[in-house]
Write a protein that binds this ligand. Structure first.
Ligand code: GLU
Length: 310
């Protein structure tokens, strides 16, 4: 029988040392800011139910959330629309890349909230009136998930705006289908600013833990979203969070997660813990190579696989 380690005593620096030699994958270059990322960066953090947050070396290094923001945009959209967001976006996996120019056939809705089309829509459903109001509301909501005030990297936000052609294409397609109620510029701007939110792995682990513990932030004790919202979000992370790699991820890691082009990964192990890893080199599906390996090791060592019966 495998002995499961105690998360409150688990050696995160030893885990980091085990994954550091894996130097394959390539750093995303969709915007200049991402292309400058340090390929040697690797940091891991865990957030536990008692509010303890534990980090490896470099766990205070800042990075942009990019797509790791998507579960939280979905959560805020569900909260602010009283669940109506569930009718506005699909929840089926696509088996395609994150920015595929494709909507759900028959409905014109985005396929799910974890791909770009879905996140453009969920970000537009958050309260706030105009671009500025919605962006502020998102930043406040994300800060509540993290348990500390977060900030936007204006350079990343500017580059997302300048290089966001595919996101513009998706937004215009949704306008044509009648499924996006704000302008394409508005949708791309608000989503791009959300992708540009800066944090470290400790804050991201707390965000994952807030979802894992039914919407209550274990650090602050604040109920950020209702338990039903957290459950819906974690369910969709499980099926769609790692894009076209979601099936393999679920079999091998077995923990709902969201990947991103900055090399960040957020994991929500229901009732157990939240975890986050950052390491910029990505595999072909846009998942951090070291992040995936570290997640497999964490899952095995801490017994996190949701379908494991031992
Ligand atoms: N900002 C990126 C985009 O919209 C996010 C994609 C990702 O992190 O997977 O293209």
């Amino acid at each position: 029988m495998t002995v499961t380690a105690d998360p409150s005593a688990y050696d995160l620096d030893a885990l980091r040392a085990r994954v550091l030699p894996h130097d394959d994958g390539s750093v995303d270059d969709s915007i200049p800011r991402l292309a400058e990322a340090d390929p040697g960066l690797c940091a891991v953090a865990l957030a536990l139910q008692d509010g303890t947050v534990r980090g490896s070396a470099r766990s205070d290094t800042l990075f942009a959330m990019q797509s790791s923001v998507k579960p939280f945009l979905f959560a805020l959209a569900l909260l602010d629309t009283d669940g109506d967001a569930l009718h506005r976006v699909g929840i089926e996996p696509t088996g395609e890349a994150f920015d595929a120019i494709k909507l759900e056939s028959g409905t014109g809705r985005p396929p799910n909230p974890m791909v770009n089309a879905g996140a453009l829509l969920t970000a537009s459903l958050v309260d706030g009136g105009d671009v500025e109001g919605r962006s502020d509301r998102i930043l406040r909501g994300l800060s509540a998930f993290a348990g500390r005030p977060l900030e936007i990297d204006e350079r990343t936000a500017g580059e997302e705006r300048e290089h966001g052609e595919r996101n513009h294409a998706l937004a215009h397609l949704m306008r044509a289908e009648g499924t996006l109620h704000v302008t394409a510029d508005d949708a791309v701007e608000v989503y791009g600013r959300a992708c540009a939110v800066l944090l470290d792995v400790q804050a991201l682990a707390v965000m994952g833990a807030t979802l894992a513990f039914g919407g209550v932030n274990p650090l602050t004790g604040e109920r950020v979203v209702p338990g039903s919202v957290a459950r819906d979000v974690v369910s969709v992370m499980a099926t769609c969070g790692v894009y076209d790699g979601s099936g393999t991820w679920m079999r091998r890691v077995g923990v709902p997660a969201k990947s991103s082009v900055s090399g960040a990964l957020v994991l929500s192990a229901p009732r157990m813990l939240g975890a986050a890893i950052v390491s910029p080199p990505l595999d072909r599906q846009g998942t951090s190579v070291r992040g995936r390996i570290a997640s497999e090791m964490l899952s095995d060592d801490l017994g996190l696989h949701v379908f494991a019966t031992r």
